[in-house]
Design a protein. Structure first.
Length: 422
């Protein structure tokens, strides 16, 4: 399920201030009461770094739009306000860190990112499983959670503690929102979604899944994702510059997010040689758990969650996702389409089809690594709780009607388990 990976990054509250080394949860109370001000937060970030300005100002309007929506629509709790403050501060600090790295080595932005593979599809359609399986190939690179949150180590401490810090933050979030781990367990070293990368320039659909901010979402849909994916490429170049090359001297990146379906044109503009993989599944098997996850992710940050309104919001977004997939498939016949049942029942066969589609060779050694990984006890094999559509004000017959065109277009057959989510 792809929503959580970005959502946890959405929370993204560092336990330690990367610049000052101070515990962030002892921030003065007035910080939680002060209205959000983009320029004030930018000034603080620049002051801490000793720099005068950001190299690129394109993030400023998206940040202002996001902060305004938080103030006017999100009904943030006190903790929610602090989380927003710290998450924005972390992203601004990361932007400064990228600028500093490029000052030292301008060649970073010239690094080629060749033929990246983008995986997308409905949540709960095995996109995470496929991403993790592909990560077993040393010739492929994936952005890890700890890298996305902190692209460079803290130079003040002199130690690279990013994995430990992010794992600690995940542990804290599990305490704040019991039930999240049962829906989507994740670790610092797990492959991360692209929505966390684009969130650092405040142009990401992940914000909408943890807060009620309709004005921001409407603005972003009109503004588009081209700036976001130009930054995405830049961010990937920084990760690429720090990663060891494989024995062939080449590396191919594999990216994943259900929200990619809303940004296909922007991705193709940033990566003209990108390859795409769509995963499909019976939507009735995913709707209720997606709404439940959204509820759990909203709770720590807001004073009130309207479960029925959330059901309407999430289900509508999933319908839009299927419509975007159908449109994209009509525009691009080179997209590889895979089905959930195929991926989980015959993963190696699926991998071979994907490698063939992307003109890659699957060596015997890599296949062995993947088969060994599949044999290990994995969190994705846990049985997930099932939730009723009715508790979120949804009707199975209505959803079947709304998803009928998607089911027909991609030859998606109903799953027997869907009968139990009514």
């Amino acid at each position: 399920m792809g929503l959580l990976a970005g959502a946890l990054r959405r929370w993204g509250t560092p336990l330690v201030d990367c610049d000052a080394g101070k515990a962030l949860f002892v921030e003065p109370n007035h910080a939680a009461r002060r209205p959000f001000d983009a320029y004030h937060l930018m000034e603080l970030a620049l002051e801490r770094s000793g720099r005068r300005d950001f190299s690129d100002h394109s993030f400023i309007e998206p940040l202002q739009r996001l902060l305004r929506a938080y103030e006017e629509e999100a009904d943030l709790s006190r903790f929610g306000r602090r989380a927003v403050h710290f998450d924005v501060s972390r992203s601004l600090a990361n932007l400064i860190t990228l600028d500093e790295a490029e000052d030292k080595d301008p060649s970073i932005t010239e690094r080629p990112i060749e033929q990246p593979i983008f995986i997308t599809g409905l949540p709960r359609s095995a996109t995470t499983f496929l991403h993790m399986l592909l990560a077993q190939d040393p010739a492929l690179a994936v952005p890890r959670s700890w890298q996305c949150m902190y692209p460079y180590p803290n130079p003040i401490l002199g130690l690279d503690l990013r994995r430990l810090e992010v794992d600690a933050e995940f542990a804290l979030f599990r305490l704040l929102s019991p039930g999240v781990a049962a829906l989507h367990p994740i670790t610092a070293d797990a492959p991360q979604e692209c929505t966390d990368i684009t969130a650092q320039v405040f142009q990401s659909l992940r914000f909408d899944t943890t807060h009620r901010i309709p004005s921001y979402l409407n603005w972003l849909e009109g503004y588009g994702h081209h700036d976001a994916f130009r930054f995405h490429r830049r961010f990937l170049q920084h990760l690429d510059a720090q990663a060891p090359m494989n024995e062939n001297g080449r590396r191919r990146w594999v990216l994943k997010a259900p929200d990619h379906v809303f940004a296909m044109d922007a991705i193709k503009s940033a990566y003209p040689d990108a390859r795409f993989v769509f995963l499909h599944r019976d939507p009735l098997c995913v709707v209720a758990s997606c709404v439940k996850l959204a509820e759990l992710l909203h709770k720590p940050f807001t004073r009130h969650v309207d479960r029925k309104a959330l059901g309407t919001q999430v289900s509508a977004r999933l319908v839009e996702s299927t419509e975007e997939m159908a449109w994209a498939a009509g525009q691009d016949p080179d997209i590889l389409h895979l089905h959930y049942r195929q991926v989980v029942a015959r993963p190696i066969e699926t991998i071979k089809a994907l490698y063939s589609h992307c003109a890659m060779a699957l060596s015997a050694g890599v296949e062995t690594r993947m088969r060994q990984w599949l044999k290990r006890p994995r969190l994705y094999r846990r049985r997930h709780p099932r939730y009723s559509l009715r508790e979120f004000g949804l009707d199975a017959h209505d959803l079947n009607r709304r998803f009928a065109r998607y089911m027909q277009a991609f030859h998606v057959t109903p799953e027997a388990s869907a009968a139990r989510v009514h």
